[in-house]
Design a protein around this ligand. Sequence first.
Ligand SMILES: NC(=O)c1ccc[n+]([C@@H]2O[C@H](COP(=O)([O-])OP(=O)(O)OC[C@H]3O[C@@H](n4cnc5c(N)ncnc54)[C@H](OP(=O)(O)O)[C@@H]3O)[C@@H](O)[C@H]2O)c1
Length: 293
Amino acid sequence: MKLNAYGRSGLTVSQLGLGAGQIGDAALDEAHVAKLLNTALDLGITLIDTARGYGLSEERIGRHLAHRRSEFVLSTKVGYGIDGYADWTGAVIHAGIDAALMRLQTDVIDIVHLHSCSLDVLRAGEVVEALMRARDAGKIRVAAYAGENDPLGWALAHGGFGGVECSVSLFDQRTLQHWLPAAVERGQGVIAKRALGNAPWRHAERPTGQYVEAYWDRMQVLAYDTTGLPWDEFALRFSAWQPEVSAAITGTTSVENLRRNVDAVNRGPLPDEVVAQLRARFAEVGSQWQGEL
Ligand SMILES: NC(=O)c1ccc[n+]([C@@H]2O[C@H](COP(=O)([O-])OP(=O)(O)OC[C@H]3O[C@@H](n4cnc5c(N)ncnc54)[C@H](OP(=O)(O)O)[C@@H]3O)[C@@H](O)[C@H]2O)c1
């Protein structure tokens, strides 16, 4: 698995990371989660992304991977969900980081994102200052922002954030068009989330009310030609190999899909002319589409 610098942070991340949202599901068998997490590291993945809000995800990463902590870069997200603290205050940032350190069974978290807070919250300054203080205190290595559109642009321009996490896929190229070139110039790391666009091709009918619905609609309009490749390979080789991206993350509960995704990224970028066509097609029909959280 190719390794990339995560901006100028000094961290190195594998080009494909594991999005650990799905493994927070309490219905999943514990032994299966242990196998999935350990297989990810065995396959050369060195980035795992979680969040306070992903159910059992943080505590499962701690439980099953604490003994392999030196093998991966750990990313989480804070800002809400701690009993006794109001969401999106300085106090909940500190409490959230302390809680994450405990749940993840680690002394330091490599990347901590503000989890998609609004522009107003960012501008008020309190949570941003709290995150920077936690970094200066050595509890976290990189202060980062996860989100889209105007708040993402604000965070990138602020100068204090060492990295961002945002949607990058065949179906969501707004960040590539608007924000990421400047991020790279500033030396900020970029994690591309929803790199498969939640795999909308799996749905024969419109998945009304599901997370993937907006991407399914876009897929119909974009009408890409996958050049004979399977959809998952086509999608991941696009997202992971964009020059602005330090690492792309995919979420899965399936060891088989995890292996397929690693193999796909290892096959390298799509041909330059195909990438140029995919970017031009999105610019043609999707330039008004907002980034999807
Ligand atoms: N606001 C935020 O900060 C935010 C928002 C969204 C996501 N994230 C992060 O980004 C990660 C990835 O996002 P995501 O999970 O929403 O999007 P994604 O990776 O684009 O899509 C995940 C979906 O694709 C399926 N999948 C995975 N590999 C596949 C393959 N080879 N073929 C077909 N289907 C496949 C998975 O199902 P199976 O389980 O069946 O494989 C899962 O339903 C999350 O886990 C989380 O860490 C952050």
